[in-house]
Design a protein around this ligand. Structure first.
Ligand code: PMP
Length: 411
């Protein structure tokens, strides 16, 4: 029986997540679908109910006590995110519905003023659909071209042709930080530096980075960065868009409505200051407030301890998976986070997922919203087990045991 020498008290941590003690098909739940969404600790659930039970009110506009309490809780999440990701000012933190909305916002607003016929947007072959389609739409609207950094067979970016791919025509480099399908950690800081040399701006999709390590936007020097609350223990429907103040100030608003205005007349409207210019309408107050509890929880555990534990889970799972006859790991990059993607010769990934579920094990199967990766690697889909700091080696052992059993049944 393997063991982890790390500093996390996982037995204690698991008690904070009510769902982790439930059963699925009469078996203890083994949740290995963390890249899709994380589970939520009780403190996050409590923050949600506390808001609805005790101070539910619309924010910013009210002068009564409840509105005041709700506004201050909402704004304190903004400051918590600012501190966590080392943004210079709270105004640089925009609340969105999630990563997808953050990218769409930038793709729309940035392209409105910066993209013209013949210009280029550079993405990579590892992108999630949400960092492909909004840029394709923007290119179509403005007559620009989408360029793609290719990947190698290990699932790493092939940067050998980068000098030719980034040029004066490049207006934006939109890049996935950590691949959701393969776990690859990309050298985003180096690419950002190269992009800035030609005057291009950089957006980082940090949806799969935020759950695993500290983010420092000033060190990364990215112009924009997006992630989703639901992958970092927070509720669904709340996400973060970070943008450098000067960049955000330049951009036209994405949606019009209440809160994003300074003055409205039938003839002319002036817009509110940051961050409100990009937060039209009543925002997702409850989930924003609960996101702060999620971040504080992760900070209490500590990102170093999280990374260490998850790395040990990943290397143990990788060793065990590689030993299975006919199993091929997909994504074997030097630098990887918490994702083990694989295919098994002669067995359909979906059948494996269904049989594992019978043992209470949740993994994801399919193309993982990254169809271009799958077609580059000549696959229809993979099985993906993704790990969080609340997973244990015992769970991985049970997963491997169940996987071996499923494979022998299906062959
Ligand atoms: N980018 C990456 C890398 C992701 O993993 C995901 C979610 N799977 C997204 C973007 C989209 O996130 P959301 O659905 O929360 O908007």
């Amino acid at each position: 029986m393997a063991s982890i020498a790390g500093t996390l008290d996982v037995v204690q941590i698991r008690k904070d997540f009510p769902i982790l003690s439930r059963k699925v098909h009469q078996k203890p739940l083994v949740y290995l679908d963390n890249a899709a969404t994380s589970q939520k600790p009780q403190v996050v659930i409590d923050a949600l109910t506390n808001y609805y039970q005790n101070y539910n009110a619309n924010i910013h506009r009210g002068i009564h006590s409840l509105a005041d309490e709700a506004t201050s809780a909402y704004e304190s999440t903004r400051r918590a995110i600012q501190t966590w990701i080392n943004a210079e000012k709270p105004e640089e933190i925009i609340f969105t519905r999630g990563t997808t909305e953050g990218i769409n916002l930038i793709a729309y607003s940035f392209s409105q003023i910066n993209l013209a016929k013949g210009d280029e947007i550079l993405i990579s072959g590892l992108e999630h659909h949400s960092n492909i389609v909004p840029w394709q739409m923007a290119c179509e609207r403005h007559g620009a071209h989408l360029k793609v950094i290719p990947i190698n067979t290990k699932g790493e970016l092939d940067l050998s042709g980068l000098e030719e791919l980034i040029s004066e025509r490049t207006k934006m480099v939109a890049l996935i930080y950590v691949s959701n399908a393969l776990g690859t950690i990309n050298p985003v800081k180096d690419i950002t530096e190269k992009a800035h040399k030609v005057g291009a701006k950089v957006l980082l999709d940090a949806a799969q980075a935020a759950p695993h390590f500290d983010l420092d936007v000033r060190d990364l020097d990215c112009d924009f960065l997006v992630f989703s609350g639901h992958k970092i223990l927070g509720p669904t429907g709340i996400g973060i868009l970070y943008g450098k103040e000067a960049e955000l100030n330049h951009l036209p608003p994405y949606q019009g409505g209440g809160e994003m205005i300074a003055e409205v007349s039938f003839e002319h409207t002036t817009y509110n200051v940051l961050p409100y210019k990009f937060e039209a309408g009543t925002p997702n107050i409850a989930d924003t407030i609960a996101l702060k509890a999620a971040i504080e929880y992760m900070q209490t555990i500590g990102f170093d301890a999280i990374a260490q534990h998850e790395n040990e889970l990943l290397s143990y799972a990788t060793r065990q998976l590689t030993a299975i006859d006919g199993l091929r790991l997909i994504g074997t990059a030097e630098k990887k986070a918490s994702v083990a993607s694989f295919v098994v010769e002669g067995v359909h990934h979906q059948d494996l997922g269904i049989l594992l579920d019978q043992d209470g094990i949740a993994i994801r199967t399919g193309h993982h919203c990254a169809q271009p990766i799958m077609s580059q690697l000549g696959l229809k889909g993979t099985c993906r087990a993704s790990f969080a700091f609340y997973n244990t080696l015992e769970e991985i052992e049970f997963f491997i045991h169940s996987l071996r059993k499923a494979i022998s049944m299906l062959r």
